[in-house]
Design a protein around this ligand. Structure first.
Ligand code: PEP
Ligand code: MN
Length: 341
């Protein structure tokens, strides 16, 4: 971090700033310019509040040289992270391991979740998704089966052997997730910092979705919240962001894949279903994401999309999913990540 002082500054205030920085074990290099004095801060500046320094009377400008995320930063951890989901079955994501996650937006009944689980497993999905707690825009829309939804997902897990992923909305729900293999933090909760801190105390894999209007750096800062608590098992998910375009539900940021791959060692997966909101666009977006080097896809599949209680228009039928899974498998060997290795 670099701090540029105003032309005229008060020495006592500068001494205070220097003492404060030194108390955080930060070394300071002074350089006297023609007009300005510049302080080069060396050390771990991730906990230094840049706004606090900017607000000081003696400070003209502050610039961060190093990214404020340390645990998630590829610079400090060059090798790809592989998040283990089910070691007995050898299911992991990242560092060359690609997984297809599939299932309905919401768990609706035992018949529904079990039928979808069996069919997507046959087509090559290795992880089953299903929402039990649903973050709906309208309070009058179906809110999910909640605890019963988790119970039914566990039935489907018992039936098929597939590990399961489901979304948590509040930390009070955590005890219900004891046997859930991956906990999803949805887009709307990406910056629920108290929730992220609690999940940092868990050792379960966390599927962290990018917020509707969040930058990649903000996504990584949220991952940092989880990792700072000691949980390194974070999988990032790009699921489309808000732009001025209204044809699709969101705009899929494919460039997030190579960008995040440079910024972080964490695995990156893509959700083409929420990104587009349109089932026929799931195939081309899945192929694009795979080609660009994603570590996996999370796709909504329903046995009867027309009557789904949530997100029917973006849900594939089991047959549609089988086609996507086949096409993805065909191009996977040529994806950017694999070619580069
Ligand atoms: C979901 O996965 O069903 C979901 C609500 O996703 P998002 O948080 O990305 O909207
Ligand atoms: Mn959904």
């Amino acid at each position: 971090m670099v701090v540029i002082l105003k032309e005229q500054y008060n020495q006592a205030q500068l001494d205070n700033l220097v003492d404060w920085l030194k108390s955080m074990e930060i070394e300071i290099h002074f350089s006297e310019g023609m007009k300005h004095t510049i302080l080069g801060l060396v050390g771990d500046t991730s906990s230094v509040d840049i706004d606090l320094i900017k607000a000081l009377d003696i400070v003209e400008e502050v610039k961060r040289i190093q990214e404020p995320y340390k645990n998630a930063n590829r610079k400090f951890h060059p090798a790809d992270t592989e998040v283990v989901i089910d070691s007995a079955q050898g299911i992991s994501i990242g560092n060359g391991s690609f997984q297809l996650i599939a299932g309905p937006c919401s768990v609706e009944s035992e018949e529904q979740i079990c039928a979808v689980a069996e069919s997507v497993k046959k087509s090559g999905a290795t992880i089953l998704r299903g929402g039990a707690f649903k973050p709906r825009t309208s309070p009058y829309a179906f809110q999910g089966l909640r605890g019963d939804g988790i119970r039914l997902l566990l039935e489907a897990k018992k039936l098929t052997g597939m590990p399961i992923v489901s979304e948590i909305m509040d930390i009070s729900q955590l005890s219900l997730f004891a046997d859930v293999d991956v906990i999803q933090v949805g887009a709307r909760n990406m910056q629920n910092f108290e929730l992220l801190k609690e999940l940092g105390h868990s050792r379960k894999p966390i599927l962290l979705k990018r917020g509707l209007a969040n930058t990649l750096q903000e996504l990584l800062m949220s991952a940092e919240y989880i990792m700072a608590g000691g949980n390194d098992n974070v999988i990032l998910c790009e699921r489309g962001i808000r732009t001025f375009e209204t044809y699709t539900r969101n705009t899929l940021d494919i460039s997030a894949i190579p960008a995040l791959k440079a910024m972080t060692h964490l695995p990156v997966i893509i959700d083409p279903s929420h990104a587009t909101g349109i089932s026929r666009m799931v195939m081309p977006m899945s192929l694009a994401a795979t080609a660009a080097g994603a570590d996996g896809l999370i796709i909504e599949v329903h046995n009867d999309p027309a009557h789904a209680l949530c997100d029917g228009p973006q849900s594939l039928t089991p047959e549609g999913f089988a086609e996507v899974a086949d096409a993805v498998r065909n191009i996977l060997p040529y994806s950017h990540g694999r070619m580069a290795k």
